[in-house]
Design a binder for this molecule. Structure first.
Ligand SMILES: NC(=O)c1ccc[n+]([C@@H]2O[C@H](COP(=O)([O-])OP(=O)(O)OC[C@H]3O[C@@H](n4cnc5c(N)ncnc54)[C@H](O)[C@@H]3O)[C@@H](O)[C@H]2O)c1
Length: 407
């Protein structure tokens, strides 16, 4: 067995009855030293998740961290010490975080409104960059990032990691590789969940700082739908609003203005029709994808009963009628991977980032795919305000996005 195909048996590595094995006798339990060093900028909820995921994966170590809030840095350091004995540099400014010659890559995990400015500093490093979703709050900035990435000496990967959730890997496999559903005609995706959580500075309660709910959160789903449709969106219509959440929320005399529910329809150039449903005033999390072709239907469900503190439940069904065998399957990644964040999706996203860093081919999100997800989300937000459908060709012209899209 070589290192690359040696099975990782974490259960035994950490089992009490295996701790007597001397280091010199470790073969199955031998853990390779990390090959890469990461800097994490923004150590809030997702920054801390990336630190944990990096340690769980073990291919890269977290070399240093930077945040404008001492409280976030303290919390990140406290958390890190629980699972790692590595030392951690605490940078005092963004320039030194981005220019440390000992680091190999930069993770930008700051709020949406800061992505563009933080990225401009990170780009000076010439290092590979991971940029959290949504890549920006404004389309003009997202388009500029796409063009900057095209001319950059390294690469920029966008944090659209839902494509690595177990049930969506299966969706791509059935619908696109195996083609068991035949020609895809409709895609419907739904998310039911509790309200946006508290954030540092409460940036996610305001359209200005988050880019709007459909951009901030639902870019994940528009990315998935775009990938499954394998075509470009032509027309978007949406209806939505703020019905329940944060109606009485104010910060610095300003009222929260974010939507908490909505319905979006998307027509694609190849005739695929898609819909997206959002409801953010539910007690727990429920995500559903239904893809239907002329030969069958695929359903993916993910449930998290947070109040019952149950593990995530994910399943997929393939229904082929008389065309073949139908089945329903429960899915899970190993518990340690699922628990590292976003049910394992962030772990496989890191793996892809490090593969890309090592020059291997990957299927992680590119800046251009990040921009397409933002185009659908932003067009849907425009449609909610105007009450009218949005023609995407016109929208691209109005926002001067053609060059970024190579159109
Ligand atoms: N991919 C995903 O599934 C996922 C999940 C959650 C959040 N996110 C994204 O990650 C980003 C951060 O979200 P979060 O939930 O961690 O927010 P958060 O508020 O919990 O943390 C953000 C951190 O960034 C710090 N910060 C703000 N401006 C900064 C700057 N200029 N330089 C350095 N640090 C700065 C804040 O002090 C805070 O500690 C957002 O873009 C969000 O959309 C992605």
């Amino acid at each position: 067995m070589t290192n690359s195909n040696k099975p990782r048996l974490r259960f035994f590595e950490t089992a009490a009855n295996q701790q007597h094995i001397p280091a010199a006798d470790k073969y199955l339990y031998k853990i390779d030293q990390p090959n890469h060093k990461l800097v994490v900028i923004g150590t809030g909820t997702i920054g801390q998740e990336h630190m944990r995921v990096a340690a769980t994966l073990g291919r890269a170590s977290v070399h240093g961290i930077y945040d404008t809030s001492a409280q976030s840095l303290d919390a990140a350091e406290r958390g890190f010490k629980k699972y790692s004995q590595d030392s951690l540099i605490r940078y005092t400014d963004i320039e030194s975080a981005c220019s440390d010659s000992a680091a190999d890559a930069i993770f930008i995990c700051t709020p949406n409104y800061s992505h563009f400015d933080v990225l401009q500093v990170a780009l000076k490093s010439g290092k590979p960059i991971f940029l959290e979703k949504p890549m920006a709050t404004a389309l003009v900035d997202a388009a500029q990032i796409v063009e900057q990435a095209r001319n950059y000496s390294a690469f920029i990967q966008i944090g659209l990691q839902y494509r690595y959730k177990a049930q969506y890997i299966e969706a791509f496999h059935e619908a696109l590789s195996r083609k068991s559903l035949g020609n895809i005609k409709t895609i419907s995706m739904s998310e039911y969940r509790p309200p946006f959580l508290d954030k540092v500075g409460q940036w996610n309660k305001f359209n200005e700082y988050s880019g709007g709910t459909l951009v901030e959160k639902c870019c994940h789903y528009f990315d998935l739908i775009n990938l499954l449709a394998e075509s470009s969106p032509q027309r978007v219509y949406a209806s939505g609003g703020q019905a329940v959440n944060f109606l009485d929320f104010e910060k610095d005399g300003r009222k929260s203005d974010i939507d908490d529910h909505g319905f979006v329809t998307i027509d694609y150039a190849n005739g695929v029709r898609a819909s997206f449903t959002l409801n953010m005033f539910c007690p727990d999390f429920y995500e559903e994808l239904v893809v239907t072709g002329d030969a069958g239907r695929f359903v993916a469900i993910e449930k998290v009963a947070i109040h019952q503190q149950k593990a995530v439940e994910a399943s997929v069904s393939v229904c082929l009628g008389e065309q073949g065998a139908s089945r329903t399957t429960d899915l899970s990644y190993p518990a340690v991977i699922e628990q590292s964040g976003h049910h394992g999706a962030s772990y496989y996203e890191h793996n892809a980032f490090l593969d890309q860093l090592e020059g291997k081919p990957v299927d992680s999100a590119t800046p251009e795919q990040g921009l397409w997800a933002m185009i659908v989300a932003s067009a849907a937000q425009q449609s909610i305000v105007s009450g009218l459908p949005v023609d995407i060709k016109e929208f691209i012209t109005q926002h001067d996005l053609a060059a970024a899209l190579n159109e």
